[in-house]
Every structure is written in structure tokens, then in C-alpha cells.
Design a binder for this molecule. Structure first.
Ligand SMILES: [Zn+2]
Length: 150
């Protein structure tokens, strides 16, 4: 996901790019908006832009090691936290979520819940949160930033 692939929110993208160039962005950033908004894709484009070694005025390069890993969600400084079906614990929800996201990055959150729901036990569990907190304490692999997308 590149900033140039996101057709809306020009002012938000420009604001983030300027803050990153000045190295003056916030420690945490809350993306809030309607379910069908682009907040997840903007967050991912932002993470790529922060970590890319060859940015230009509007985009990350999309081919460096960091960009490639982020495109495949294997960048170790990113944690994803999303609801899972607690009844079916043997499913690799991360792979399932990545596949779901890649099919349509603009999918609504409710579509994910419908996609995995076979009963009413859809949660972000305490165990998931504990693992994410532990993971944030592990030293960083690539640079000084750690990202959690919830
Ligand atoms: Zn790059």
C-alpha cells in the first residue's frame, strides 16, 4: 500500500509526509473514522513511509527490504491485533487476516468478523493482548519504531 494508491485524504497524507520528513511525528497515532474509511491503508502506507530507505515526495519505494516485508506482513516491528474466533483455536488467523486484507484492503471491519464468525465468540482475547505487550518489549530489529495496528 502506497500513499499514491489512496485516492482520498490528500491533506492527511500530506500532513503525515511533512511530519515524517521533519522527524516530528507523534509517538502514537489514532486513526478514527467510519467503517468504510481508509484508516487501515493509510496506517500501513505511513508505516512503510517511516521505514523505507528510499522515499520520495509522496511514496515509499515499495521494493526495499522493509517495504517488501511490510507488504507481506512479515516485518517484525509491526504487530497486528484483531478479533479472532475463540472457539476455533487451531486456525492460523494471521494468515487468514492477511489473505482477507490483500483481497480488499478497504474491507470493512465488520466483514472480517462476518468472515470468521460461526458463533458469537469473537474477541480480542487477554492472551492476544499479553503476547502483544510482551512483543513490544523485545528489542527492535530494524529501526527505532514499533507499530501496533489494532
Ligand atoms: Zn522502501
Amino acid at each position: 500500500m502506497l500513499f499514491s494508491n489512496i485516492y482520498k485524504h490528500k491533506n492527511i497524507k500530506k500532513k503525515f509526509i511533512n511530519l515524517i520528513k521533519k522527524k516530528n511525528f507523534f509517538q502514537s497515532q489514532l486513526f478514527y473514522g467510519p467503517k468504510e474509511s481508509s484508516k487501515l491503508v493509510i496506517a500501513i502506507a505511513l508505516i512503510k513511509y517511516i521505514n523505507c530507505i528510499d522515499i520520495n515526495n509522496i511514496n515509499s519505494c515499495n521494493i526495499c527490504n522493509s517495504c517488501t516485508k511490510i507488504n507481506n506482513f512479515i516485518y517484525s516491528n509491526i504487530d497486528l491485533l484483531f478479533p479472532i474466533n475463540l472457539i476455533e483455536k487451531n486456525i492460523n488467523y494471521l494468515d487468514k487476516w492477511i489473505s482477507f486484507f490483500k483481497k480488499n484492503p478497504y474491507n470493512k471491519e465488520n466483514n472480517w468478523i462476518s468472515f470468521i464468525k460461526k458463533n458469537n465468540k469473537i474477541y480480542i482475547s487477554k492472551d492476544q493482548i499479553k503476547k502483544k505487550i510482551q512483543h513490544t518489549k523485545i528489542s527492535l530489529d530494524y529501526n527505532e519504531y514499533k507499530f501496533i495496528i489494532i
